[in-house]
Ligand binder design. Sequence first.
Ligand code: TUI
Length: 315
Amino acid sequence: MIKTPLCELLNIKYPIIQGGMAWVADANLASAVSNAGGLGLIAAMNMPAEALRQEIRKMRKLTDKPFGVNIMLMSPYAEEVAKVVCEEKVEVVTTGAGNPSKYMEMWNENGIKVIPVVASTAHAKKVIRGGAVAVIAEGQEAGGHIGELTTMVLIPQICDAVDVPVIAAGGIADGRTFAAAMMLGAVGVQVGTRFLVAKECNISQAYKDMVVKAKDIDTIVTGKRLGHPVRCLKSPFSRSYAKCEYDSNVTNEELEKLGSGALRLAAVDGDTKNGCFMAGQSAALVREEQTAKEIIEDMVFGAEKVLKTSGRWIV
Ligand code: TUI
C-alpha cells in the first residue's frame, strides 16, 4: 500500500491526480478516477461558467469522493469559472498555463485547496506565497501546454525550493515512472496521457487508437513561436502547423487561426487529418484501453513492486 501525505491532504486512497485535460476530462472520467481512489479533475478549459456548474453538479451525482476542477488560466472565462468553483464549494482547484495569484485569496477564503501546475522554481515559490497548499511540478514530457525543463531535473529542484507537498507530472504512466517520481521527492503524481485511454474517457476512438499506437518519437512540440508550446501526437495537422511556424510568410494571426478548434476536432470528431491530438511522451508506454480503476491499480501495485526492490543494489 502506498500512502503519502497527499492522501491525507486530499482525503484520497492513492496519491494519483488525473490531469485536467481540455475536451477530455469531464465528469464521466473524473468520477471514475475519484471512485477508484485517485483525485478526478473536471477540466474547465474554455467553458463558460454555467457549463462548468452543470458539469460539477453532474459530478456530485456520480461520486461522493473528493474531486477537483482544473482552471486553464488562458481561458477567456477564467474570471467567471474562478467564482463558480467557490459557489459550488469545490474542494480542490488546480491551475494551468499561467499565474493564478489574482484568484488565490478568493479561493483560500472559500476553503478551496489550491494546487497550481508549475514548470519552474520561481513560479512554485510565487504560488506558495499566495497560499497554494501543494504544487504540481510538470516536466516537458507532458502533453498539452508545457514548460522547458524535464521531469527528472524539475522535481528535485522544486522539492528543494519549497516546503509544501510536490506532485510530479510529465512522463508518468506506469509503476516504474510513478516510483521514479517518488524517488525524486514527489509525494504523488498527476497522470494525463494514460487516462486518455480509460474506458470511462469519452474521447473519439481515433484519439485512443493513436495513443495506443504511438511510439517513442511520435510526439511533436508546436506553438513555440506564439509563446505557448504544446506537445501533441504527430499528425497531418501538427506537421503542417510546424511547417507554418518556420514559414515567415505565415503571420502570427494566421497561426492562431490554424490552431483554433483543432483540439475539439481530435477529441470529439476523431478527425485524424485536422485534429490536434494532445498527448505526452509517455504515450509510448500506454498499450491498452483499461478502466480507470485498472489503470490506477496497475500504477500503484507496479510502483510498490519497484520501490520494494529499490535497495537491491546496495551492498
Ligand atoms: O496547462 C497545462 N496544459 C495545457 S493547457 C492547454 S489549453 C492550451 N491550448 C493551446 C495553447 C495553450 C494552452 C493544453 N494543455 N499544463 C499545466 C502547465 N502550466 N504547464 C506549464 C504551465 C505553466 C507555464 C507557464 C504555468 C505557468 C507559467 O507561467 C507562470 C507565470 O508566472 O506566468
